[in-house]
Design a binder for this molecule. Structure first.
Ligand code: PLP
Length: 400
């Protein structure tokens, strides 16, 4: 009898964390490493949110709460959906978990049966396929290449649907490509999904507020209200308010699904941290200036990085609509040899050679299901970014 479960054996450790660890090891050995692999804002949580956390501790709000969120946080989330997305949800249709990650995990584990398929457009956030596998389902990866703007088209979606399709996961703006769906692009997908009444839609809106050049964020339940009773709209405070460590995410959907997710959570983690829930409530109900301020900084950095990368021989970098990532192509570098003699056979070889030869840590595209690419997180200072771009350019110039 095997000790470890078969489901766990199907799961691979997170490649983004592996890259971050490798960079940390090299740094510990004294190498000068620039890390561009982290997926979190480099800002501190705004003061009034931190204060709300401290106040919660001082007021003794340190006990168990309702399993999937305090009533007041759920009300604040309903108000957020109404105010920002024009969506009416009741508190019974809201669930709060330990990060958006737990919300996705709960939804998939609470609904998947063996053989159920989940459509995942690639490039995808690394955790989606593995969560599907942990739930006993089968990920169906649909490549969405650079020519389609890294977006799922209605044709590709239609082709991927089978009688076993249970969920489609949409993530706009996307990690890792930064691509966002505008209202027309989203409607083209919801039109297809309207014709398939048994398919559920998981919308990962975690980068909602990080959109640039006036791009208007939309979410499926808002674009097509007739789908609302089979959409789980997932969001959280991690990226919007620089609160990654506080671990609060939430989901909104039909009560049957929300109750099933709460049941699962009640037998695993119980409530998300009580202090963090009070801080998240302050984030959603308090001043929203951080969102506009950080958006301006990220847009400036995006422009710096896109221009810098496009000046590197062999790299093509599209301009993303949002998030804090770029996902350039290195098609023209495949088959070349680096200055130190490494053959760039694929994007993993590229990322490893770039780290070894120039001390820049990025994540290779295969980790996100679409090659030959790499992901840069530009959630770091302009100075670090400028230096990193110089090193990447030197690396590319050395490839022959
Ligand atoms: C696309 C996407 N979804 C969800 C998450 C989960 O965020 P959290 O669990 O911090 O809310 C992340 C975090 O990196 C992400 O990039």
């Amino acid at each position: 009898m095997a000790f470890l479960s078969d489901n766990l054996a199907r799961v691979k450790p997170s490649p983004t964390i592996a890259m971050t660890n490798r960079a940390a090891e090299l740094r510990a050995q004294g190498h000068d490493i620039i890390g561009l692999s982290a997926g979190e804002p480099d800002f501190d949580t705004p003061d009034h949110i931190r204060q709300a956390g401290k106040d919660a501790i001082d007021a003794g709000r340190t006990r168990y709460t309702a399993v999937d969120g305090t009533p007041s946080l759920k009300r604040a989330i309903c108000d957020k959906f109404q105010r920002e997305n024009g969506l009416d949800y009741t508190p019974a249709q809201i669930t709060v978990g330990t990060g958006g990650k737990q919300i996705l995990f709960n939804a998939l584990l609470a609904t998947l049966n063996p053989g159920d398929e989940v459509i995942i457009p690639a490039p995808y956030w690394v955790s989606y396929p593995d969560m599907v596998l942990l739930g006993g389902g089968s990920p169906v990866i649909v490549p969405c290449d650079i020519d389609s703007g890294f977006r799922l088209t209605p044709e590709a979606l239609t082709q991927a649907i089978t009688p076993r399709t249970k969920w489609v996961i949409l993530n706009s703006p996307s990690n890792p490509s930064g691509a966002g769906y505008d209202a027309d692009q989203m409607r083209a997908l919801t039109d297809v999904l309207l014709q398939h009444p048994d398919i559920w839609i998981l919308s990962d809106d975690i980068y909602e507020h990080l959109v640039f050049d006036g791009f208007r964020f939309v979410t499926p339940a808002q674009i097509e209200p007739r789908l609302k009773d089979r959409v789980l709209t997932m969001n959280g405070v991690s990226k919007a308010y620089a609160m990654t460590g506080w671990r609060i995410g939430y989901g909104a959907g039909p009560e049957t699904l929300i109750r099933a997710m709460a049941k699962l959570q009640s037998q695993s983690t119980s409530n998300p941290c009580s202090i963090s829930q009070f801080a998240a409530e302050a984030a959603l109900t308090g001043p929203q200036d951080y969102i506009t301020d950080s958006r301006a900084v990220f847009q400036r950095r995006r422009d710096l990085v896109v221009a810098g990368l496009n000046a590197c021989p062999g790299i093509t970098c599209p301009t993303p609509q949002g998030a804090f990532y770029v996902y350039p192509s290195i098609r023209d570098l495949i088959g070349t040899t680096s200055a130190a003699g490494t053959r760039i056979e694929n994007d993993e070889a590229f990322a490893n050679a770039l780290l070894d030869e120039q001390g820049v840590a990025v994540v290779f595209g295969a980790a996100f299901g679409l090659s030959p690419h790499f992901r840069i997180s530009y959630a770091t200072s302009d100075a670090q970014l400028t230096q990193a771009i110089d090193r990447i350019r030197a690396f590319c110039e050395g490839c022959h």
